[in-house]
Design a protein around this ligand. Structure first.
Ligand code: C2E
Ligand code: CA
Ligand code: CA
Ligand code: CA
Length: 279
């Protein structure tokens, strides 16, 4: 190892080294979390704006590490993708979400739908259709109650095979949502090319919509266009009643956000649905 030289290069190397160690430690903790079943799923309600009813939930993964505390999925999901753990984590998420939703059906929460985030690497598995089918069959969840949320980022590279793959997944009877719509590239051509059922408008368009007239124009136009293309629209990140009113005016179909509820543990989600007191 180097002697104390105090030069910049050494400095740089030290921070680099440290970052590397942190990364490796996080990777190890992530692998252990998977092995020891330390992940949890939370459920954020989605409400139909026409009826005011909770029609389903988005499943969102949670990890509370004994040393680190809460680690955001925004941090560990990209890492899990990088190191190839996402396939296994994603499979756990899918199975757990379907099992929970089936349990809710049995408890009388009839036809509750579940939306599950599918990472690009998971989608690219050659047998993804078979894997999804296996989970649906073994958990006994009707395919029509499952929605898979995909971001456009990974559809760019192999367009033709992605379209084929999406169609084969859809043929199982489930729905496909394009997530974070409006944040990536060539969004509009994607809508026309890919067989999506649902468009999730990204939170960035919603968060300042009452002050930002440009975003109002965009949101209204996207909702109109989506409806012309027979897509349902879900608005993410709805935090205020004023945002809700505007989205209702634009005939948005479904909303999701802190206004209704943060993502909840399963029992809390069930209590909320049963209380009928969310809007
Ligand atoms: P996403 O799929 O866009 O999920 C929506 C995120 O917005 C969630 O953050 C949710 O808690 C948050 N959110 C919902 N309503 C509001 C609101 O009104 N205001 C604000 N400020 N935020 C709101 P979360 O749970 O931290 O997840 C972050 C991202 O991590 C997700 O973004 C998704 O890309 C990824 N992720 C989470 N769970 C999973 C999973 O099970 N599998 C995969 N592949 N990715 C996941
Ligand atoms: Ca999502
Ligand atoms: Ca999103
Ligand atoms: Ca996102």
């Amino acid at each position: 190892s180097q002697q104390q030289g105090g030069n910049r290069y050494e400095c740089y190397q030290e921070t680099w080294q440290r970052k590397d160690d942190d990364q490796i430690a996080l990777e190890n903790d992530l692998r252990r979390a998977l092995e020891q079943n330390e992940f949890q799923l939370y459920y954020q309600p989605k409400v139909d704006l026409k009826t005011g009813q909770i029609i389903g939930a988005e499943a969102l993964i949670r990890w509370i590490d004994s040393k680190r505390g809460f680690v955001s999925p925004g941090v560990f999901i990209p890492l899990a993708e990088e190191i190839g753990l996402i396939e296994a984590i994603g499979e756990w998420v899918l199975r757990t979400a379907c099992k929970q939703t089936k349990a809710w059906h049995r408890l009388g929460l009839k036809e509750m739908q579940i939306a599950v985030n599918l990472s690009g690497r998971q989608f690219n598995l050659p047998d993804i259709r078979q894997r999804v089918l296996e989970v649906l069959l073994s958990e006994g969840l009707p395919p029509s109650c499952l929605e898979l949320e995909l971001t456009e980022s990974f559809l760019i590279e192999h367009e033709d095979s992605s379209i084929q793959k999406l169609n084969r997944l859809k043929a199982l009877g489930l729905q496909i949502a394009i997530d974070d719509f409006g944040t990536g590239y060539s969004s509009l051509s994607y809508l026309q090319q890919f067989p999506f059922d649902v468009l999730k408008l990204d939170r960035c368009f919603i968060q300042d919509i009452n002050q930002n007239q440009k975003n109002q124009v965009i949101v209204e136009a996207v909702i109109k266009m989506a409806h012309e293309l027979n897509l349902q629209v879900v608005a993410e990140g709805v935090e205020t009643q004023a945002e809700l009113e505007l989205l209702r005016q634009y005939q948005c179909d479904i909303i999701q956000g802190y206004l209704l509820s943060r993502p909840l543990p399963p029992q809390d989600f069930q209590n909320l649905v049963e209380s009928n007191k969310y809007l």
